[in-house]
Structure formats: structure tokens, C-alpha cells
Design a protein around this ligand. Structure first.
Ligand SMILES: C[S@@+](CC[C@H](N)C(=O)[O-])C[C@H]1O[C@@H](n2cnc3c(N)ncnc32)[C@H](O)[C@@H]1O
Length: 298
């Protein structure tokens, strides 16, 4: 049913060259926040599933990723969609000229954009912390693009537990500084998920290898701080160049909240070793610009 590791590695290798395929996919689908490589990978993965699948899509925005799952999964598949559908400042600005624009919610825009796939969609509108409780069916794929706040990290265990052995967890924002909790969580769960590889700028792909029963009540927000940073450093050590730098920015985001005394050392490491990476520098500047709001986010 699931593509083998070899097939997934092939998709990962092909992704950077797949620009014409991606241009065609993008023409048919609404805006998504994914890079070209990530669009190619998701589409290729879903297109190779040999039987109807159950996918949980955590964070859909205006439906760009919903449409990829809707179109590329086999007939009879179910896409469980989770979102608040409430604007932040950026989406209110970006979508203001859409004929279905509403000042509070972008739900109408998502609904229009995903209408061709409505037979596959199982909608879960509202705060994921509440809506996740309604679903317990086993999952083939959990696609995670929602953990921009620590309050959501423990709820991920509900979805990981539902993923079948051999099924996949796709972390869209593994390398992004706004999702640091995922980095140490997945490192903590290394005996339960095999890392297959990473795609594009931000996505990491895992295959579930063991039941999570033994760790299902771990509280990822109260792990000892030293343990959290050890787990983080182990993740960073796997990567070189800009991916290591991006994870260090993510680690800095976490340090600002839970270990401010580490901030200076992490910042100087990033500036010394990654100032040649425009993406790392951009992420660092973005984090520094939003630093004053982090207290509120936490
Ligand atoms: C980065 S966007 C998803 C982007 C989409 N996957 C794409 O590529 O176009 C993250 C989404 O998570 C949703 N979200 C954030 N916190 C949430 C929560 N607590 N419950 C439900 N949805 C939430 C936001 O409304 C937003 O649409």
C-alpha cells in the first residue's frame, strides 16, 4: 500500500528538477505555502498509493494542500481537514481582493477552492485541540502544518498514535523557526519513527515503525530543559550548511522562551557559521523582528 523507502528517496531526489510538472500542478490548484519540491513530493506520494487512504491534513489555509491530497489520492480516500479558518494580519491583507473575502474568516475561500474534492473531504473546523477528539480512525498519512504554537505539540501524539505502522508523518515545517517543538519531539520519538529524508526547504518525512503506547502520556512541554536542548543538538548534528543553520534559528526561538541564558551563544554560533546562507540570515532576522511578540505567543 505505502511507497517503499526506495521510492520515497527517488521522489526526494527528483523533486528539485520537477519544475515543469509542478508548474502544471500549480496551474490547477489554489495558492499553497509549499515550495516546488514539496508540491512535487506530496503529489507523487499520493499518486502512488495503491488503495484508498485516510489522510489527516493539519492546517489547510485556503486549500492548496487540500487540493493536492484531493486530486492525487485514489478514489475512495478521505482527507480529514483541520483548520480554524480565521485570518491573521497577513492573510487578511493577502486575500482582501478575493470576491469571497470576509474580514474574520477565509472559510468561504477554502470551500470554493476545494469544491471539486468535497466528496473526499471530512471537515473539522475550529480549534484542533477540540476538533481532534472527534476522530479515531487509523490514518495512512498525517500531514502537519499547524504547530506554530506550543499548545498544539502534545495534541500531535493523538495523530501519531492513529497513524498505522508503516504509515507516514509529513512535517511541513520541520526546519522553520516557528515550529521548534516538533524538532525535539521527533528526536524524542526516534525509536518510533524512521526519518526517511527531507524535501524542499522545510519538510521532513517519517515512517512509523512502532506503536506509541509506551510514550503516549509524555508531556513535551515539561521535559527538562537540558534534555530538550540535547535532543535539539542531536537533530542539528544530522545536517550541514543551511539546514543546520535553520534548525539553530529554531533552537534560538525556543531558547528565547525557556532558556534565555543560551541566547547569546546560539546567536553567535549562527552568525559565525551560517552568515553565508541567505535563508538562515532571513530566518534569523524574522525571528529577531518578532521577538517582542513571542511572550504573547507562548
Ligand atoms: C501554514 S498554514 C497551512 C498552510 C497550508 N498547508 C498550505 O500549504 O497552503 C497553518 C494553518 O493552521 C491553522 N491553525 C493554526 N492554529 C490552529 C488551531 N489551533 N486549530 C486549527 N487550525 C489552526 C491556521 O488557520 C492556518 O490556516
Amino acid at each position: 500500500m505505502y511507497p517503499s523507502d526506495r521510492t520515497l528517496h527517488r521522489f526526494i531526489r527528483m523533486a528539485p528538477q520537477a519544475t515543469s510538472v509542478v508548474a502544471a500542478i500549480r496551474k490547477f490548484h489554489p495558492y499553497s505555502m509549499l515550495s516546488d519540491e514539496e508540491v512535487f513530493f506530496l503529489n507523487a506520494l499520493c499518486s502512488t498509493l495503491s488503495e484508498p487512504a485516510r489522510v489527516a491534513e493539519l492546517g489547510c489555509y485556503v486549500g492548496g494542500t487540500t487540493c493536492i491530497f484531493g486530486e492525487a489520492t485514489p478514489a475512495g480516500s478521505v482527507v480529514e481537514v483541520y483548520d480554524l479558518f480565521l485570518h491573521n494580519g497577513a492573510s487578511r491583507q493577502r486575500l482582501r481582493d478575493d470576491p469571497l473575502f470576509q474580514p474574520e474568516s477565509f472559510f468561504g475561500i477554502w470551500e470554493r477552492n476545494t469544491a471539486p474534492y468535497k466528496d473526499k473531504v471530512s471537515l473539522n473546523r475550529g480549534d484542533l485541540l477540540e476538533t481532534c477528539k472527534a476522530n479515531i480512525e487509523p490514518l495512512d498519512i498525517a500531514y502537519v502544518d499547524i504547530v506554530k504554537h506550543p499548545s498544539l505539540i502534545n495534541a500531535m501524539m493523538h495523530f501519531y498514535s492513529r497513524v498505522k505502522l508503516g504509515g507516514l508523518v509529513l512535517h511541513q515545517d520541520y526546519f522553520h523557526w516557528q515550529s521548534p517543538w516538533l524538532v525535539y519531539q521527533m528526536e524524542y520519538l526516534r525509536d518510533y519513527f524512521d526519518l526517511i529524508g527531507d524535501v524542499g526547504h522545510n519538510m521532513a518525512v517519517y515512517r512509523k515503525s512502532r506503536s506509541l503506547d509506551a510514550v503516549k502520556s509524555v508531556d513535551f512541554l515539561t521535559l527538562p530543559v537540558d534534555e530538550i536542548f540535547e535532543l535539539f543538538d542531536r537533530a542539528i548534528d544530522r545536517y550541514k550548511a543551511s539546514k543546520a543553520g535553520m534548525l539553530k534559528v529554531s533552537k534560538l526561538r525556543l531558547a528565547l522562551e525557556i532558556a534565555p541564558e543560551r541566547q547569546q551563544q546560539i546567536t553567535s554560533d549562527i552568525e559565525t557559521n551560517h552568515s553565508d546562507s541567505p535563508r538562515v540570515v532571513r530566518y534569523l532576522r524574522a525571528l529577531q523582528a518578532s521577538q517582542k511578540d513571542l511572550k504573547v505567543m507562548w
